[in-house]
Design a protein around this ligand. Structure first.
Ligand code: ADP
Ligand code: MG
Length: 475
């Protein structure tokens, strides 16, 4: 019998609040060390925590999205341990009564079926500070800017059975928390970090002893780290040894995990309710208030993009990678843009421009109204698609509206048959050889004539009219 892999994931998501969980310090990334640490964050005696209400709403939002039980009463507890970047000597977290309980997320399997991954809890907690090691001077400094930053730790049941499933789950969760706007999802900055609990056993026997791999912060490493850990454990067991429960650190350079410490049990931490914080009573009304701002979720929207707006499955799946992109699309359609055309522009020209500039759609200088203004001119045939691309470039450059650019650069499409006929005659005169070939049966040359006329008109002639005139004259 082969080995079965068992994986449970703990994901730490940094919440998108302005300030910390229990102090008014900013949580902005990348500031000068210790410039965002208040006396409370430094654990000065006499300072007291004040709960940041915004954190609760974000946790409830996640709870609703994963169909979980929202605890009517939730409690903060102290998890006691010593570490230089933890001046309090304890982390404020939740153990017995976490805010979110018993939810789930569906993941897509390779054969197209879906699998339910149970999420047993999501709890609010404070992040620790950072130790910064200086190789040159051989010293370590402590930066407490991150101390007290609000995290939501989201913990699955051991329902995942391969590295691939783990990645699927993480991608799904990453999309969900960024979609909900509760986490910016930035893995390089540590806003979305994953610890993987991995064990192996023979099917039908009890679960094996697990090792926890800490802080894997890229999708690529997660797969390598898990697969590597699985191999290590199988080797140990097959050689007659036993896996010990421990915490291991993944080293992406060496592609190996190494032991950090043997695993503590919850009771090693002496959890107890924080005496400075009252239990939080979560009322139905508070949950209803969050329901009111609850967005349509990616899958539902994707299905609607296909059924209601006629987009292809592929286009819909790309659009829903970004909620901001979907909002932009929705705004364009509301302003009268033809949905399919709007999607093509967003996934084509707009995405290319964003990539090139390295920005997100929220930072794009051309807003939905301006782009809808451009598409309106294609739809009413004022300009052709190829001219529209030039206008778009000018819009990105200058920030002017499509109408202003079309007017000032004289780009209106020519639909007047008289003018186009003049260009058609000119092209026919200049290309006697092609005319002969065309008349001899090489009707594929129609495209050549249309192209020449288009060039002569500097892209402004209506291609439908050119087609008609050329075909007519060469009959
Ligand atoms: P702890 O409190 O020590 O972190 P938990 O019971 O909360 O332990 O479990 C932590 C994570 O480990 C969860 O995601 C859980 O699904 C996972 N897990 C538990 N047992 C196993 C196992 N035998 N193999 C793999 N993962 C496991
Ligand atoms: Mg844990």
């Amino acid at each position: 019998m082969t080995w079965e892999v068992v994986i449970g994931l703990e994901v730490h998501t940094q919440l998108t609040t302005k300030t910390k969980l229990f102090s008014g310090s900013s949580i902005q990334y990348g500031a000068e060390p210790n410039s965002q640490a208040s006396l409370y964050d430094l654990a000065m005696p006499g300072t007291l925590p004040v709960f940041n209400r915004a954190v609760l709403d974000k946790a409830i939002l996640l709870g609703l999205a994963i169909d979980a039980h929202i605890a009517p009463k939730t409690v903060f507890e102290r998890k006691n341990y010593f570490y230089p970047d933890l001046p309090t000597g304890y982390q404020i977290s939740q153990l017995a009564l976490p805010i979110v309980q018993n939810g789930h997320l569906m993941i897509e399997m390779e054969d197209g079926s879906e699998k339910k991954i149970r999420i047993n809890r999501a709890h609010m907690e404070c992040d620790a500070g950072k130790s910064l090691h200086d190789e040159v001077y051989g010293m370590t400094g402590i930066d407490l800017n991150r101390a007290g930053t609000p995290l939501l730790e989201i913990v699955t049941e051991p329902d995942l059975n391969s590295a691939k499933e783990a990645i699927q789950y993480l991608r799904k969760l990453h999309q969900l928390v960024t979609w909900l706007g509760i986490c910016d999802g930035n893995m390089q900055e540590g806003s979305f970090r994953c610890d993987a609990n991995v064990s192996v056993h023979k099917p039908g026997t009890p679960f094996g002893t697990r090792a926890e791999i800490k802080n894997i912060n890229s999708f690529r490493f997660i797969e390598d780290a898990i697969n590597h850990e699985v191999e290590r454990q199988i080797e140990i067991i097959e050689a007659g040894g036993e896996v010990v429960q421990e915490t291991r650190l993944y080293d992406p350079d060496k592609n190996e995990t190494r032991s950090m410490r043997t695993k503590e049990e919850a009771n090693d931490y002496r959890y107890f309710p924080d005496p400075n914080l009252l239990p939080i009573v979560v009322t139905e009304e508070m949950i209803d208030n969050v329901r009111e701002i609850f967005p349509e979720l990616p899958e539902a929207l994707s299905a609607r993009l296909v059924s209601e707006f006629g987009l292809s499955d592929y286009d819909a799946s790309v659009l829903i990678q970004s909620r901001a992109m979907c909002d932009y699309f929705g705004a364009m359609v509301k302003l009268g843009s033809e949905p399919k055309m709007a999607a093509n522009w967003l996934l084509g020209e707009v995405s290319a421009t964003l990539n090139q500039k390295g920005i997100l759609i929220d930072e794009f200088s051309v807003n939905a109204e301006q782009l809808a203004g451009l598409l309106a001119r294609i739809q009413d045939k004022t300009i052709s698609n190829s001219i529209a691309k030039k206008v778009f470039e000018a819009m990105v450059e200058s920030g002017e509206t499509a109408d202003a650019i079309i007017e000032s650069q004289g780009l209106k499409q020519v639909t007047d048959t008289g003018a186009i006929e003049g260009w058609v005659n000119e092209v026919i005169e200049k290309n006697p050889k092609q005319v002969e070939q065309y008349k001899g049966g090489q009707t594929k040359l129609l495209g050549f004539f249309v192209g020449q006329v288009m060039k002569l008109s500097q892209g402004k002639a209506d291609p439908a009219v050119i087609n008609e005139l050329v075909a007519d004259k060469l009959k």
